[in-house]
Design a protein around this ligand. Sequence first.
Ligand SMILES: Nc1ncnc2c1ncn2[C@@H]1O[C@H](COP(=O)(O)OP(=O)(O)OP(=O)(O)O)[C@@H](O)[C@H]1O
Length: 287
Amino acid sequence: MLAIDRLQVRYGKQTALLVERPLVIGAGDRIGVIGSNGAGKTTLLKAVLGLVPYHGRIRTRLRPEDISVHMQQNSYVGTVPVKHIMSAILNTDVKTDKKLRGLVDFFEFQGCMSKKYTALSGGQKQRLTIILVLYQDAPLTFFDEVTSGLDFETRQKLMEKMRAWYAGKENALVVVSHYYDELERLADKLLILNRGHVAAFGRTEELFRRYCGRAVVTIPANGKNRALAARLKTIAAPGHLLAFPCTDEAEESRLTSLFIRENIDYRRSGTDIEILCSNVLSGGGPL
Ligand SMILES: Nc1ncnc2c1ncn2[C@@H]1O[C@H](COP(=O)(O)OP(=O)(O)OP(=O)(O)O)[C@@H](O)[C@H]1O
């Protein structure tokens, strides 16, 4: 659907993004793009959309109208009800358009249709843009931080809705997010960016196995647990956690039995993207 190769974007003397190996986006892909502030996530989207000059190759058979995008910030007129904004942007009749009504119902937006944009909550504003973007049903859609600023529950609900909406569909999605839990729900591939470079790209499961093993068990990083961890194999983790990689079921069993004996709360995961990113970015390389 889209292939990016040897892409370089510069702002003045600064190289904001350098993609040295091919990145391919195929039909049905759900790609999560993650990286800290300034890693180059938005720059990548802008290059694909032709909004910034770049060196290198971006090849696609898609027409510009086959790509839709939900950028971080959106603003609409605040003087008319939201339903008029929808009809004007989508050039349709809100009352009779079944596809639009389906989306409005699916995202539980009926109660907002007669409100003005300025009277919507943060989550409702995001739902409006998501409805406008999804209506286009583009083969390739980019979502840039669609849920930033929303509370945990609203984010979870929105992501669950988006996951359900796209389930089984061939549309490819590229979702830029700072929220690991969000990407765990939505993405099956990850592009991890670090200071303008690709730190890792691939299926989440495969990356997880490569950097963390079959599963990872985490416990709180307090004094007692640190002492215990000193005699066990650990991998990188955010400061408040200690993480233990498990290559097989027997290892998982040994570790969790130890934590039960020691009365330590633990969490086992085979998909923890935060731990995966910590290990990709720690510079230690794969296991
Ligand atoms: N228009 C611009 N002019 C100059 N430098 C820019 C411009 N836009 C971005 N940059 C720089 O390029 C780098 C990458 O920025 P980018 O917006 O792609 O990061 P990001 O990963 O999307 O960050 P964030 O998570 O904060 O949105 C940053 O160092 C940023 O300061």
